[in-house]
Design a protein around this ligand. Structure first.
Ligand code: MBD
Ligand code: FE
Length: 287
């Protein structure tokens, strides 16, 4: 793999936040937006504004701080970083509420970098990757079942992940379109064996508005390494989740608050002798 200068890596990082705005717009075009009733808007907008007012009073927010906020909010939109901001700092609570009654596999946030319709792959598959793709080989295998433990033949396992530098295809230039993305169809026993690579931890782009907030507040910009998944089958609820790697320095302080103990992988040396392997089974709730 060719070496990148820090400036090149920064340039790629800047693109990724904005790309998420374009991707969200195209999702809206295909799926549209459901109506939110005036009653809900009234309740929710009023409560959020009241919380803001309370914060201003409690901390005696100044005009200088108010103007800094205005400037920053304007810039988030210009940078195209609203999806990034919302998915990093808000989505985890929406996910918690949405999935609180499930009995199957725990959910986690989708984040800004999902792309629908990744190439279809058989149950035993290697994710699309470059010939010289760097990183530790990882065999990710398991089975999809119902909450009752019955295998779900032909379940769909969509997977997307960052490469060994922390970049997602279609959100960083220079990567093949579907790099490290795929739609795997499980076998008759609901089984899948996906050959991929260990992803790198992900750093929120430091050069955009989200990065400015992180720097201004003295926070860090990291998510622990993770695999993204959407697992689905007819008659069952689709689950969107993420899986994590033990020992990652940011499992305990994910900037996106999306780690759950149930989503920690058990990584062991690969039986093939090359790299690592892990087994994770998905349990789907009935629709
Ligand atoms: C990611 O890769 C991610 O998963 C989330 C939630 C936010 C930003 C980047
Ligand atoms: Fe991610």
């Amino acid at each position: 793999m060719t070496e990148q200068t820090p400036a090149e890596i920064e340039a790629r990082a800047a693109d990724s936040g904005a790309g998420a705005t374009a991707a969200f717009r195209s999702k809206l075009q295909t799926e549209g937006l459901e109506d939110v009733t005036p009653e809900r808007v009234n309740t929710l907008a009023r409560e959020v504004l009241t919380a803001v007012h309370d914060t201003i009073r409690r901390h005696k927010v100044t005009y200088a701080e108010y103007d800094a906020l205005k400037a920053w909010l304007i810039q988030v939109g210009e940078d195209g970083e609203w999806p990034l901001f919302l998915d990093v700092w808000v989505e985890h609570v929406v996910e918690q509420v949405a999935n609180e009654n499930r009995h199957g596999t725990k959910g986690s946030i989708e984040g800004p970098y999902y792309v629908p319709d990744a190439p279809g792959l058989p149950a035993d598959a290697t994710l699309p990757m470059r010939e010289d793709e760097s990183g530790t080989p990882l065999l990710f295998q398991g089975q999809v079942t119902t909450v009752g433990g019955d295998p779900i033949a032909g379940a769909k396992v969509e997977i997307w992940q960052a490469d060994a530098l922390g970049f997602y295809s279609q959100y960083a230039p220079g990567l093949p379109e579907w790099n490290l993305r795929g739609t795997v169809t499980a076998d008759e026993q609901g089984g899948y064996r996906i050959h991929t690579l260990q992803p790198a931890p992900y750093q929120i782009p430091t050069d955009g508005s989200c990065g400015k907030l992180i720097a201004a507040a003295g926070w860090h910009a990291w998510r622990p390494a993770h695999l993204h998944l959407k697992v689905s089958a007819p008659g069952h609820q689709l689950i969107t989740t993420q899986l994590y790697f033990p020992g990652d320095a940011h499992n305990e302080d994910d900037i996106a608050s999306a780690v759950k103990p149930e989503l920690m992988l058990d990584i062991v040396p690969a039986e093939s002798g090359e790299g690592e392997q892990t087994t994770y089974n998905f349990v789907l709730d009935p629709a």
